[in-house]
Ligand binder design. Structure first.
Ligand SMILES: Cc1cc2nc3c(=O)[nH]c(=O)nc-3n(C[C@H](O)[C@H](O)[C@H](O)COP(=O)(O)O)c2cc1C
Length: 354
C-alpha cells in the first residue's frame, strides 16, 4: 500500500502527516522543517494582527517552497464588560505580586482582539495554499474567497454534529479532534456538556457520515497510533505534542521538561488560561484561578487578562504562569529536531505498509 491517498493528493504532500498548529510553540522553522520533510507544517496565527500574520507567513516562505497551512481562530469578539472582569483582574494581579512577578502595566481597555476576518485578505494576498481553522466555521464569503483562489480548507470538529456542519459548508478536510488532544478544544456547537469523545470513537462516527477526507488529531505520539488512526478510516493525522520539545519549538525549557516528566493525571482540561476549555499540565495559575471561585471571563477576555502574567512566565522560564498545553500522551515527546521526529514517525508508521 502506498502512502499516497486523496489527502496527500489534495494537499500536494508526500506523507499524510500534519504538524498541528500550536500558537506559542510553533515557529516558522518548525513549519518549514515538516513541509520540507514531506508532511504538512501548520503556522498558527490565531488572533494575531494582520501585520504579524504577514510577517510570519513570509518568514515561513523564506524557509520552504513546499505547501504549508496557516491556522486561524474563528470566534466572535465579545463586548468586554469592564466591571464584570475586575475581580479576575485583581485576583491575577495579586497572584503575580504574591509570587514576586512584576507585570507590565496594561488595562483591559487596551486589549486588542483581532478577528480572523482581518487576516483573510493577508492569507489571500500571500497565496497561502492551505488554511486550517478551529473554534467555529469560516463565514460563507471567506469560504468562497478561499475556494475561488483554490485554497484547501481544513476545519476542526470535536463531535459528529460539528463535522456535519463543516461538511455541509463544503470544507475540504475535516479534522476530528479527540478529547485526548493537547491545547484548546475546537468545540463550536453550543452545548451544556463539552463533547469529550475519544479519538477512536470520533473517527468511527465521523468517517461513517462525512465524505471529505478526515484528519485524526489527539494523543498520537508514535507510528503505531498513527497506524491505528489510519486503520480507523482517517486519511491522515495531525500531531502537536510530539513536536513541543523539538529543537525548533519556542516552548520555554521548563515547559519542554515538564511535559516529558508528566504523569497522565497531571494533564487536565481547564478554562483558567483563556476562558475556553484546553488540555495541559496543571500548574500554579490553573490551581489558583480554579480555586478562587471567581467566574472566569469568556474567551479571549481571560486570555487577555492572563497575558501579562504569561509573558512574565515566558521571560523567566517559569512554568507556573505559562500554559503548558499537552495531549494525554505528551510525556513521550522527544528532544530532537522536527525533521528527526518526523522521520521516526514515518519509519514506525510505514512498517505495516511494506
Ligand atoms: C501547545 C499546543 C498549542 C495548540 N495551538 C493550536 C492552535 O493554535 N490552533 C489549532 O487549531 N490547534 C491548536 N492546538 C491543538 C492541535 O491542533 C491538535 O488538536 C492537538 O495538538 C492534537 O493532540 P496532541 O497534542 O496530543 O497531538 C494546540 C495544541 C497544543 C499541544
Amino acid at each position: 500500500m502506498e502512502w499516497s491517498n486523496t489527502l496527500t493528493q489534495l494537499l500536494k504532500i508526500k506523507y499524510p502527516i500534519v504538524q498541528a498548529p500550536m500558537l506559542g510553540v510553533t515557529t516558522p522553522a518548525m513549519v518549514a522543517a515538516i513541509s520540507n520533510a514531506g508532511g504538512l507544517g501548520s503556522l498558527p496565527v490565531g488572533g494575531l494582527s494582520p501585520e504579524i500574520t504577514r510577517d510570519l507567513i513570509r518568514q515561513t516562505k523564506a524557509l520552504t517552497d513546499k505547501p504549508f497551512a496557516v491556522n486561524l481562530f474563528v470566534y466572535n469578539i465579545p463586548n468586554v464588560n469592564q466591571n464584570a472582569i475586575k475581580p479576575m483582574q485583581a485576583f491575577l494581579e495579586k497572584l503575580a505580586a504574591d509570587h514576586q512577578v512584576t507585570l507590565p502595566t496594561t488595562s483591559p481597555e487596551t486589549f486588542q482582539f483581532y478577528s480572523y476576518t482581518d487576516q483573510v485578505p493577508v492569507l489571500l494576498e500571500e497565496k497561502v495554499p492551505v488554511v486550517s481553522f478551529t473554534f467555529g466555521v469560516l463565514s460563507d464569503p471567506a469560504i468562497k474567497a478561499f475556494h475561488d483562489k483554490g485554497v484547501v480548507l481544513i476545519g476542526t470538529a470535536t463531535c459528529l454534529l460539528e463535522a456535519l456542519i463543516l461538511s455541509g459548508k463544503g470544507i475540504d478536510v475535516i479534522t476530528a479532534q479527540g478529547i485526548e488532544a493537547g491545547g484548546h478544544r475546537g468545540t463550536f456547537v453550543d452545548n451544556d456538556t463539552l463533547p469529550a469523545i475519544g479519538l477512536l470513537s470520533l473517527l468511527s462516527l465521523i468517517t461513517a457520515e462525512v465524505k471529505q477526507p478526515v484528519l485524526a488529531a489527539g494523543g498520537m505520539m508514535e507510528g503505531k497510533s498513527i497506524k491505528a488512526a489510519l486503520t480507523m478510516g482517517a486519511a491522515g493525522v495531525q500531531l502537536g505534542s510530539a513536536f513541543i520539545a523539538c529543537t525548533e519549538s519556542m516552548a520555554i525549557p521548563a515547559y519542554k521538561a515538564a511535559i516529558q516528566q508528566a504523569s497522565e493525571t497531571d494533564i487536565i482540561l481547564t478554562r483558567a488560561f483563556s476562558g475556553r476549555w484546553a488540555r495541559g499540565l496543571r500548574n500554579k495559575l490553573i490551581s489558583a484561578v480554579e480555586g478562587s471561585g471567581i467566574p472566569i471571563p469568556v474567551y479571549p477576555v481571560q486570555a487577555g487578562l492572563v497575558s501579562p502574567l504569561r509573558a512574565a512566565g515566558v521571560s523567566h522560564n517559569n512554568k507556573e504562569f505559562v500554559p503548558l498545553w499537552a495531549g494525554q500522551a505528551a510525556s513521550k515527546a522527544k528532544t530532537a529536531s522536527a525533521a528527526e521526529i518526523f522521520g521516526e514517525l514515518i519509519a514506525e508508521a510505514g512498517l505495516g505498509y511494506e
